[in-house]
Write a protein that binds this ligand. Structure first.
Ligand SMILES: [Fe+2]
Ligand SMILES: [Fe+2]
Length: 212
């Protein structure tokens, strides 16, 4: 027998409306959404704290270069720091595998940051100033710095020729540094003037901070 309209209506009215369901959420649903919101909140706070912490760490890494106050002075400081790390590596013996690995990682980070800054701020300024040939040559050298780092990283740290390889790499890096500091950068520094040097200092710090 078919139900009449009158018989159907009580069932329809018994069905909770959308708004009633919303007004009386289940205990599980309530706890779940609050839990998710809390988790998202905690994650956001964690992310913000991590971000702030990382910014602080980057600022500390970049601080010596910023404090130098001038792009060329900062570059000289970074060169000195890289060579000091190199000397620390050369001061290790074949039994100090962990120390070599750590120092090499630090050297790779320092040289990576330094190269990123030079390639994105100093060498483009050098080309714009008119010395394309030297900028291209220095940029080419950086490829081989990365190559030497790659080869050192892939050597066994207790290999008898590790120090030999590191010594020849240090000499190549030192030649690149001498060329920058003594021959190529001073004319650029003299040619840019106060305003140009201030602009390049700001650009160098900005790029250095990205990789710090
Ligand atoms: Fe360089
Ligand atoms: Fe350099």
């Amino acid at each position: 027998m078919m139900a009449t309209k009158a018989q159907e209506s009580p069932a329809k009215t018994a069905t909770p409306t959308k708004s009633r369901r919303k007004a009386a959420p289940t205990r599980r649903g309530q706890g779940g959404s609050t839990g998710v919101a809390a988790m998202v909140g905690v994650a956001a706070v964690g992310l913000a704290a991590g971000f702030a912490l990382n910014l602080g760490r980057k600022a500390m890494v970049q601080a010596p270069s910023v404090t130098a106050g001038d792009w060329l002075a900062a570059i000289k400081l970074e060169h000195k720091a890289a060579l000091a790390l190199f000397d620390a590596i050369l001061g290790t013996d074949d039994t100090q595998v962990a120390k070599r690995t750590l120092l090499l990682a630090q050297l790779k980070h320092a040289l990576g940051k330094h190269a990123f800054m030079e390639e994105n701020a100093v060498y483009p300024a050098l080309r714009a100033w008119g010395d394309k040939a030297d900028a291209d040559k220095l940029n080419h050298d950086h490829g081989y710095v990365k190559q030497a780092l790659y080869e050192l990283e892939n050597l066994d740290k207790d290999a008898p020729f590790f120090i030999e390889k590191a010594t020849s790499f240090r000499a190549e890096l030192d030649a690149h540094i001498r060329e920058e500091e003594n021959a190529i950068f001073p004319p650029l520094h003299a040619g840019l003037g106060d305003e140009g040097n201030a602009k390049l200092t700001a650009a160098a710090n900005k790029e250095g901070f990205k990789m710090a």
